[in-house]
Design a protein around this ligand. Structure first.
Ligand code: XMP
Ligand code: MG
Length: 176
């Protein structure tokens, strides 16, 4: 695998868009004391920045769903960490790093839907241009991107590259 040297989305562009999302969410959720449900680990960096761009008081908790080994979806989604704060009667906003086939978000929405929430919505930093296996409603979208495997700003390849401050494309090496 080879890291494309040119960022797909640079740090300044990420920051501007996240401030816009924060302003929109502050209006929608003003006074509702929403619970931001962060999907580990990919959405961690996005969530840290977005939370600080939301000006209405809110709480943060975490959920972990695993569906990927390497760069291929296994098609199976397992919830391996559940939120500690009760979701009952809460306005829940799920923060996801990337909406790809939709299987992860569908599994998370199923779990959240069983908890008696006041409302649930999804905010995804990246939305891949692919055919979905499970279509879910993503109310807040950061960026639409072409169908490439991307890393950085929290997104990993086998736990590497999360720390990159921008989104970069990871390409397969072509044999000469
Ligand atoms: P699905 O297919 O369930 O995938 O919508 C969502 C989860 O799969 C991971 N994923 C990626 N991770 N670069 C990554 O680093 C990618 O291009 C990519 N596409 C999907 C990610 O964990 C996401 O939550
Ligand atoms: Mg991952």
């Amino acid at each position: 695998m080879r890291l494309n040297p040119k960022p797909l989305i640079d740090a300044a562009t990420l920051s501007i868009r996240i401030r816009e999302l924060g302003a929109a969410l502050s209006r929608t959720y003003g006074g509702k004391h929403p619970l931001l449900l962060v999907t580990l680990k990919g959405a961690l960096y996005f969530a840290a920045d977005l939370s600080r761009a939301i000006t209405t008081p809110h709480q943060v908790d975490f959920i972990r769903a695993r569906s990927y080994a390497g760069d291929q979806s296994t098609g199976r989604v397992e919830i391996t960490h559940r939120p500690e704060i009760s979701l009952r009667d809460r306005h829940v906003l799920i923060l996801e790093d990337i909406y790809d086939t939709g299987q992860t978000l569908a599994a998370i929405l199923d779990m959240v839907g069983e908890e008696g929430v006041a409302s649930v919505a999804v905010c995804a930093l990246l939305v891949k241009d692919v055919a979905r296996v499970s279509a879910v409603d993503v109310a807040y979208k950061g960026f639409e991107i072409p169908n490439h495997f991307v890393v950085g700003y929290g997104l990993d390849y086998n736990e590497g590259y999360r720390e990159l401050p921008e989104i970069r494309i990871l390409e397969s090496e072509t044999l000469a």
